[in-house]
Design a protein around this ligand. Structure first.
Ligand SMILES: Cc1cc2nc3c(=O)[nH]c(=O)nc-3n(C[C@H](O)[C@H](O)[C@H](O)COP(=O)(O)OP(=O)(O)OC[C@H]3O[C@@H](n4cnc5c(N)ncnc54)[C@H](O)[C@@H]3O)c2cc1C
Length: 526
């Protein structure tokens, strides 16, 4: 996956692309894969980096959504469970089965959740994971040795999927590229081209050079997450907001707070939210929140009350109380929720996806979740084929293996998410043993990975490497700041950049990553 050659294809195209996709998150990348697999010509432009938005900030679950089951939204749960099954099959290097324990602190909870999770198992049908069952108090403690035991009566164990969100995004970008699509990151859509009221293309800016160009397409898909309304207003300045934004945050803690392999799921906190504590890459991710936001930014920040909420609940359900000093990283993400009614209560807004086609032909897709990205892609490309006037084909992604597909994981933990590409990184190290050096003593990454990111995964900045090609920013934000100079040096050598570029990259990354380092809310504003 080479940025220069993709950019040249976009800039020098003489024929319109069948489909142009704006936005390189789960939704846009899934659409690129689906369209390219059907044989259409596809261009995708991402303003920042693939998965820079919501798609790198999820809870990392491939799930049917137990909360939607509670809400009685059976069709949404069914669809998500089906997609969970496909994704587990098509990306086994990134998705795995994870046991979740619902601890019960009241006698009535055991039978209630036990029956609910049996329904969840049944809905998954043939694509189901291991069956759920109720647990005695001792079994619950054996699975979660650090669970709060005061008033604990037992539990329920069920299974769902877990994944690495931004690694899946990179692999989807590679899959689309392998199928012939032209994808470019750090390239923003700044306007839409129209002929007699019909959308015929986009105006774009290469964010690395500032160069602008125009690109023509038969169908244009707006998959820009919480930014869909900004693109819609390029088409129709009077367009009313389609999405409401809800923020969710997570805290990352050391593994000792949840040392086993099972996650904790709290179906209903005191204020009615769902809370997870999930083992991930040898850390524990705790979250999330659901806070309606009136403004949104590219780099959302946790609110003090959100941090306090997650911290308070981590202390409530874990026997050893984490302190502020234990927090390795804190990250926030924005859900694009489709508005219905007044948009006041985001927890009640639709998690299902929506496709809107404007009079100009602009196709906007939003809502949904990572788990259902494939189905969203199938639906939007079905519409795009009609708008583009191309021969309709059936979606081919139900059985399509995603780039890196590998059933037997790599021996070393840091190389597992690369799937079949791990062998290439091992070969780089064999050729140059110094590339086995760690990026940082507290991070599980090696120098060779950065070379791989630059050469084959379109990493262009220190942030691309530390936030999304590796997960250093989330695993230990302070360590990632300390690793930035090494990454800048390795990247500069690969991309032919000078010292000034390295200094600017380190400064920019340090500013960004400081926002992920936990600071005591009481010290704010001092
Ligand atoms: C806290 C939280 C937890 C979640 N947990 C889960 C979970 O565990 N499992 C699950 O299945 N789902 C989960 N989700 C939902 C899931 O993450 C989202 O549904 C999904 O990532 C949305 O993807 P997207 O592509 O629509 O948006 P995004 O990922 O935001 O992508 C939009 C992209 O468009 C780009 N863009 C914007 N403007 C332009 C422009 N002008 N030109 C070019 N590009 C542009 C942005 O840079 C961005 O990369 C969670 C969401 C949140 C917020």
């Amino acid at each position: 996956m080479q940025r220069a050659s993709s950019l040249t294809r976009l800039r020098e195209a003489t024929e319109p692309f069948d489909i142009i996709i704006i936005g390189g998150g789960a939704t846009g990348l899934g659409a690129a894969v689906d369209a390219a697999a059907r044989g259409h010509s596809v261009a995708l432009l991402e303003r920042d980096d693939f998965a820079k938005g919501t798609s790198s900030r999820s809870t990392k679950l491939v799930h049917g959504g137990v909360r939607y089951l509670r809400q009685g939204n059976i069709s949404l749960v069914l669809e998500a469970l089906r997609e969970r099954g496909y994704l587990t099959r098509n990306a086994p290097h990134l998705v795995h089965d994870l046991a979740f324990v619902i601890p019960n602190y009241r006698w009535c909870e055991g039978p209630f959740y036990g029956v609910g999770m049996k329904v969840y198992d049944q809905l998954a049908g043939k694509l189901g994971l291991a069956p759920s069952r109720t647990l005695s108090r001792d079994e619950t403690v054996a699975l979660i040795p650090t669970i709060e035991t005061e008033h604990l009566t037992g539990g329920v164990i069920y299974h769902d999927g877990q994944f690495d969100d931004s690694r899946l995004a990179i692999n989807l970008a590679q899959t689309a590229t392998d199928l012939g699509a032209a994808l470019v990151n750090h390239c923003a859509v700044t306007g839409l081209l129209k002929t007699t009221g019909i959308i015929t293309g986009v105006r774009a800016r290469d964010e690395e050079t500032g160069a602008t160009f125009e690109l023509r397409g038969r169908a244009i898909i707006n998959a820009t997450g919480v930014f869909v309304d900004a693109i819609r207003r390029h088409d129709d300045p009077a367009a009313r907001d389609l999405v409401a934004v809800s923020q969710g945050i997570h805290l990352v803690l050391p593994k000792r707070f949840l040392p086993g392999d099972a996650a904790i799921m709290i179906p209903k906190t005191a204020d009615g939210r769902v809370l997870f504590a999930v083992p991930w890459h040898d850390r524990v991710v705790v979250g999330t929140t659901d806070t309606p936001m009136s403004a949104h930014s590219v780099e959302p920040r946790a609110l003090d009350e959100e941090r306090a909420f997650v911290m308070e609940h981590a202390r409530k359900y874990l026997a050893a109380d984490p302190t502020d000093a234990d927090v390795l990283s804190i990250f926030a993400g924005l859900r694009p929720l489709v508005k219905s009614g007044d948009g006041g209560n985001t927890a009640a807004l639709s998690r299902d996806h929506t496709i809107v086609i404007a009079e100009s032909g602009l196709i906007t897709i939003t809502g949904g979740k990572w788990t259902t990205y494939r189905k969203m892609a199938e639906d939007v490309i079905d519409h795009a084929e009609t708008i583009a006037g191309v021969n309709p084909c059936r979606s081919r992604t139900v059985d399509l293996r995603i780039h890196g597909w590998l059933e037997t994981p790599a021996a070393t933990a840091n190389l597992r998410p690369y799937g079949s590409d791990a062998a290439h990184i091992v070969a780089l190290i064999r050729e140059t043993p110094a590339l086995a050096s760690p990026l940082h003593a507290r991070l599980p990454y090696q120098h060779a990975e950065v070379l791989w990111h630059a050469r084959h995964e379109m990493a262009r900045t220190v942030e691309d490497v530390l936030a999304r090609r590796t997960r250093a920013l989330l695993l230990d934000a302070q360590a990632s700041i300390e690793a930035a100079p090494t990454v800048a040096r390795l990247l500069a050598a690969e991309l032919g950049r000078d010292d000034a570029w390295q200094h600017a990259q380190i400064a920019a990354y340090t500013t960004l990553a400081r926002g992920y380092v936990y600071t005591d809310p009481a010290s704010h504003g001092r």
